[in-house]
Each structure stands twice: as structure tokens, then as C-alpha cells.
Design a protein around this ligand. Structure first.
Ligand SMILES: [Zn+2]
Length: 472
């Protein structure tokens, strides 16, 4: 294991000016530059933001950030700022102005809002916008982070280079409202190499080597499962944060994929559970499957959740964690839950209805993914599939920061596959008030669901399609 990103703040004074400014200067020329220096005891961070040319009118930050900062300064003058909900209006500033602020983590921790900041052992995990305040997303930004000795930094931002004094990053230009998490502390950032990606895994808190190794094996297996869709992982260097939560009733308390500044998966885990319990859980496979798509609008959550819910079962069959029959059984049971959770209104409307419609939203989307996969395989004689469609998508359309609507994504997938399969599924099901009828799908595939127990029929017309879905 490599202890990554460890910087010694003290060294900066001993460096010549030439050395200090050589490595990052070229990239810094046409971008705003944010430098962040963390206090030795991690009680606060001091931030400088120098604008390239004209300063922006607005700065974006966490809506609560003001409570833990004593304001924004230009030289020694405190700026008069206005605005709310995290969008603040700056006064007119000279060109190439540098402004600065500090964020006090100790007071923020007293709020006991774990979404904002939490402590694990001597390590901190926080919402980046607690101190990472930036201009509009059309302004390129470079970030230089200086850490106390022996501390590591976990971030979704792409790492550019690292000197003895600081590490440089380039965050993706994503909307200001997109979340991101930063962790700082004595943990190790473990690199997991898989085809197409270097996963940057961090698990803050006082964890044993065995616990860290368990997390590494679990995350690697889940990532490799997604890699099996088309041979490489769809995102080049996602941040993975595994946050220990102590003894709980379930192994995985929660998980999400977030995309602010870069792709990240955050998983809340009972660190005492055995590896087998983590690897037999569907959650991590589900989360990493989300990374097969760019960001889909929350209005069309049925599509992103449908894709992840479909693949969480298919991929576990492909790497032997489920048998073919078990995987079909799980899909069948999911569709049954979706049907039970359908209470009128269209799928589009249900997507806006919150938790009561969760099952309908997730499993209607998964049903559409199965139908698309089956039709692609059938009409192309096995040359195309949902896997190959996603491979094509990975070559054209994964830029982080864009929000896709489902109609647009389905049109794109139709174009990539040279079919109308996706848009006709959209037309049939997204405005329908009932759960997709799966009876003919089961019949074609040879999935007998009598007495709610799946059994497979090898003489069915699309039995080979059925087998190839689960074999990859
Ligand atoms: Zn999900």
C-alpha cells in the first residue's frame, strides 16, 4: 500500500522561488487559482482565491458556510457581500484580485450535522463547499492543497501534480449545487488499478490493517464487476470513500454516487462485518453501476436507478456471486415489488413522489433496461446488447457536469445502436400508469415464475439470450 499525498508544510520555506513556481505555472495561466492550507491540528483551513482577469459577480458555497467563517477579505478589508442559499454576490473587484477566507472546523463539528462535517478518530470528512467556494462553472479552476505533515487528502478532483509543498488538482466544471466530499487525516489513500481506471479508495477513522484490506478487496470486486460490462471501468479515477459507522443492524448503512468536481462513491459501513457479508451485499455493485451513465436529471431518476438496479443483479451473476437462477429470481422479485408499489399516475409522476414510489421507480427502470437488453441482443443476433450500447456511450458522452434528460439519453442510445428500441420503450412505459407487463419477456426468455419461484426453460425462443445476459 502506498501512503499517498503526504505533504510537509514546513518544507515550503526552504524552496527556491523558481522551484516553487515551475511545475504548476503552465496550467495556472488561464484559470482561477484556489490555494488551501490546513492548520496542523485540522481546526481550520485558510483559503486564497486568485481570479484570472475579471472577477466573477458570484461565488458559490455551502449555505451554512457563513456560520464558520469570519468573512471574505481583499487584502485587509472585509468585503461587503450579499446573497443567500450559498450563492453570494461579490462587490466589484479589480482584475486579477485575490480574496481570502478561513473556515473553522471545530465550530462546524459542534453542529453535529454529518452531511456537513464529521470526525472519525482524528480524521475529518466534510462537504467540500464548507470551504471550497468557487465562481461560476464556466471559469476553469486549479486547486493547490497544503496539508500538515503525515496527513492524506481524499477528493474527487483530478490530481495534476504533487510537489513537496502542495498537491495540485483540477476539479471538473460541475454545477455549484453538485455535492462533493473531502476527507483529511492519517488514513491511506489506496490506489486500486483496474482496466480503464485507478480507483482512489480512502477509509478514514482508526481502522486496522485487516479492516482496510477487507474494504480494498470488497471495493475491488465490486468495481471489477462493473468493468465486466465492456472490459474497462467507465470513469478514469473515481474517489471512493468508505466511512466506518460502528456496529449497526445492517452491514451497509447507506451509499451514494456524487459528482461535484469529479465522480465519487460514498459508502457508510459497519467496519466489523466480515468480508463475505460485504461482498454478498448488492449496494456497492449498484453504486458503481451508476457510473456507467453520466448524470441523469432527478426528474428521470427511474432511468439511473433502473440501470443500477438491473446491473446489481446481472453483474453479481457474471462474477459468480449469484447463480443464473438466483439473479433472475432477484429481478423477478424486484419487479413484483415495483408492481406492488405502483399506485396510479405515470412513471414520470411517480418519480416526483418520494419514498412511497421508490420500488416502482427503481424497478420500472430496471424492467425497461431488461427489455432493451433483450431486444438489442435479439434483433442483432447477439452483436449488440445493453453492454455494447454503454460501451459506445462511454466513448462519446461521459463528460461530467452535463445533466441528461431521459428522452435525450434514449435518443442517444438509439443513435449509437442504430435502432428505435429505447425511444419506443420510453413511449410505451414512461407515461403509462401501470408497471411494465413482463409476461411476454419471461416467456421469450424462458423464465418460469410459477408460485413465485423462478425456474429456467432451455427450450424457450430466447433461452440463449437469457443465458448470455447473465454470462456477459
Ligand atoms: Zn442508486
Amino acid at each position: 500500500m502506498i501512503r499517498a499525498l503526504i505533504k510537509h508544510k514546513g518544507i515550503i520555506q526552504g524552496l527556491s522561488v523558481a522551484w516553487l513556481f515551475l511545475p504548476g505555472m503552465q496550467q495556472a495561466e488561464a484559470a482561477d487559482l484556489l490555494t488551501a492550507e490546513f492548520a496542523d491540528d485540522l481546526s481550520e483551513v485558510s483559503v486564497n482565491l486568485c481570479f484570472d482577469g475579471e472577477a466573477p459577480r458570484y461565488l458559490y458555497r455551502n449555505p451554512q458556510a457563513d456560520d464558520w467563517s469570519d468573512g471574505i477579505y481583499l487584502a485587509h478589508s472585509r468585503l461587503k457581500i450579499s446573497g443567500r442559499h450559498g450563492e453570494i454576490r461579490l462587490p466589484a473587484l479589480p482584475d486579477n484580485a485575490c480574496i481570502r477566507w478561513q473556515s473553522d472546523f471545530r465550530s462546524a463539528l459542534n453542529r453535529k450535522d454529518h452531511q456537513l462535517i464529521l470526525q472519525r478518530g482524528s480524521d475529518l470528512v466534510m462537504s467540500a463547499d464548507l470551504w471550497f467556494w468557487r465562481g461560476p462553472r464556466d471559469r476553469d479552476l486549479l486547486v493547490r492543497v497544503t496539508l500538515p505533515a503525515d496527513r492524506s487528502f481524499s477528493t474527487p478532483w483530478a490530481m495534476l501534480d504533487s510537489t513537496a509543498a502542495y498537491t495540485s488538482y483540477r476539479p471538473d466544471n460541475t454545477p455549484a449545487t453538485w455535492e462533493s466530499r473531502i476527507a483529511i487525516g492519517r488514513f491511506e489513500v489506496q490506489t486500486i488499478e483496474v482496466p480503464g481506471a485507478r480507483i482512489r479508495l480512502a477509509a478514514p477513522g482508526d481502522l486496522s490493517d485487516d479492516q482496510l484490506e477487507k474494504f480494498r478487496l470488497w471495493i475491488k470486486e465490486s468495481v471489477l464487476a462493473v468493468t465486466s460490462v465492456f472490459g474497462s471501468f467507465p470513469q478514469p479515477q473515481p474517489q471512493v470513500l468508505v466511512i466506518p459507522v460502528g456496529q449497526r443492524r445492517q452491514a451497509i448503512l447507506g451509499a451514494q454516487v456524487i459528482r461535484g468536481g469529479g465522480l465519487a462513491a460514498v459508502l457508510l459501513v459497519d467496519e466489523n462485518r466480515p468480508l463475505e457479508e460485504l461482498t454478498s451485499d448488492w449496494t456497492a455493485t449498484h453504486e458503481f453501476s451508476h457510473m456507467l451513465f453520466p448524470y441523469i436529471s432527478s426528474h428521470d431518476r427511474w432511468l439511473s436507478e433502473g440501470l443500477a438496479s438491473y446491473y446489481q443483479n446481472v453483474l453479481r451473476a457474471r462474477n459468480g456471486r449469484l447463480t443464473e437462477t438466483q439473479a433472475w429470481q432477484k429481478l423477478y422479485e424486484g419487479f413484483q415489488r415495483g408492481k406492488k408499489g405502483t399506485h396510479g399516475g405515470s412513471l414520470e409522476q411517480a418519480t416526483q413522489q418520494g419514498w412511497r414510489s421508490t420500488m416502482r421507480v427503481y424497478w420500472s427502470g430496471a424492467a425497461l433496461m431488461l427489455q432493451a437488453d433483450m431486444q438489442l441482443r435479439k434483433t442483432s443476433g447477439g452483436r449488440q446488447s445493453l453492454d455494447t450500447a454503454l460501451k459506445s456511450l462511454s466513448h462519446c458522452c461521459m463528460e461530467n457536469g452535463k445533466t441528461w434528460r431521459a428522452t435525450e439519453m434514449f435518443a442517444q442510445l438509439d443513435e449509437l445502436t442504430g435502432t428505435h428500441i429505447f425511444s419506443s420503450l420510453y413511449d410505451q412505459h414512461v407515461h403509462a400508469e401501470s408497471f411494465p407487463d413482463m409476461r411476454s419477456t419471461w416467456e421469450y426468455l424462458g423464465v418460469d415464475t410459477g408460485h413465485n419461484r423462478v425456474s429456467l426453460i432451455d427450450t424457450a425462443p430466447l433461452a440463449t439470450v437469457r443465458t448470455s445476459i447473465m454470462k456477459g
